[in-house]
Design a protein around this ligand. Structure first.
Ligand code: 9Z3
Length: 343
């Protein structure tokens, strides 16, 4: 009778459907909201030019370096990010919002990591400070060289040492395959390349390190809601609403490279809130260390915040770099991390 049919339908069709949809609901609950936001950020971002060429370079670099050995175990690889990301306001971009960073921290740190036996993937903002070029003048080509009477090119005596050490330091690192440089400009490029780097570094496990010194935009204009052409001033004052950039640090830790050692930076101009913010970032994004710095004193002192301590790190004198003791400490912490994971 109809009663039996109904029962059968309920058991065979409805019930499994109920179970099925409950499964889906549970999965939806389990998947973190940030993960969704990240996914939609990438889906709506403008396509990364040269994605294939970047992936190719990364695969080659990581394959080569992962087969090398360092002083304790496999050679370590660090991804250093450097410089600020831009947020375009128009798809055919005339105007953009920028984040302050000269790239000095990233470039200097790269040199110290190389010195410590790491290979470095240097993800940097186009036009910012480069490793080994810190002691060169602003216009190196014009200021460091001169044309001799036989029209050969000569180095100015005053810059000879700086030029020599720049060329040899850079050549050593690149020719041995220890340094890979990848440029970005926009927040879209930065996050897409960072994801490529992180997912290709996943196979390195705990010998991978992320040192995220880039100044990354917190707010952006989603591509689909962005004006295509130059915004016209004749239309009067400009009102715009910026969306929040998803917190990719979480995604990096949870999905892209879950066993890598992760160091992020916290920049504030108000020292009162700096340590509190750094501590919050450490917990929230499950970082292994957060380097807290204040804008005006960032070259003299940083505070290395970890679960167990807050350590002041100073540069020794005005000729030295705060990155020297900082990288030394981080390398030690990274060693401990690898040992503990292997134990
Ligand atoms: C930093 O805090 C860097 O140390 C600096 C370095 C950008 C201050 P320079 O390039 O300066 O040597 O001129 N980077 C992180 C800045 C940042 O935006 N951090 C975010 C935040 O604080 C987290 S990813 O919220």
């Amino acid at each position: 009778g109809p009663c039996f049919t109904q029962l059968l339908i309920e058991i065979l069709i409805k019930k499994p459907q109920v179970y099925y949809s409950m499964d889906v609901v549970n999965n939806l609950d389990a998947v973190d909201e940030t993960s969704f936001q990240a996914k939609s950020f990438f889906e709506s971002a403008p396509l990364l030019k040269d994605a294939d060429s970047i992936s190719g370079k990364l695969t080659k670099f990581i394959l080569q370096n992962s087969s090398l050995s360092g002083s304790e175990g496999p050679r370590r690889v660090v991804c250093v990010t450097s410089g600020g990301t831009t947020v375009p306001l128009e798809q055919r971009c005339v105007r953009y919002i920028d984040n302050f960073s000269s790239g000095h921290r990233g470039a200097t740190s790269t040199e110290y990591f190389l010195k410590s036996g790491y290979s470095v993937i240097f993800l940097y903002r186009r036009g910012t400070c480069q490793p080994y070029c810190r002691s060169l003048p602003d216009d190196p080509l014009l200021e460091c060289f001169k044309l001799a009477s036989d029209s050969s090119i000569q180095v100015q005596e005053s810059h000879a040492e700086a030029v020599k050490s720049a060329i040899s330091g850079h050549h050593d690192a690149v020719s041995r395959g220890y340094l890979l440089k990848l440029p970005f400009t926009t927040i879209f490029e930065y996050l897409q390349i960072l994801r490529l780097i992180a997912t290709s570094m996943k196979i390195l496990g705990p010998s991978a390190l992320f040192y995220l010194a880039a100044a990354v935009s917190d707010f952006y204009v989603p591509w689909e809601s962005m004006a295509v052409h130059k915004i016209q001033s004749a239309s009067g004052p400009l009102d715009m609403r910026l969306a929040q950039v998803p917190k990719m640090l979480s995604v990096l830790r949870k999905e892209w490279a879950p066993t890598a050692f992760c160091v992020s930076f916290k920049l504030e101009t108000d020292t009162e809130i700096l340590l509190e913010k750094a501590g919050a970032a450490l917990k929230k994004y499950k970082m292994h260390a957060v380097v807290a710095n204040e804008l005006s004193t960032r070259k003299e002192v940083v505070i290395l915040v970890t679960e167990s301590e807050k350590k002041l790190v100073y540069r020794e004198n005005n000729q030295s770099d705060v990155e020297s003791p900082l990288i030394k400490l981080l390398v030690e912490k990274h060693s401990t991390y690898i040992r503990d994971l292997n134990a």
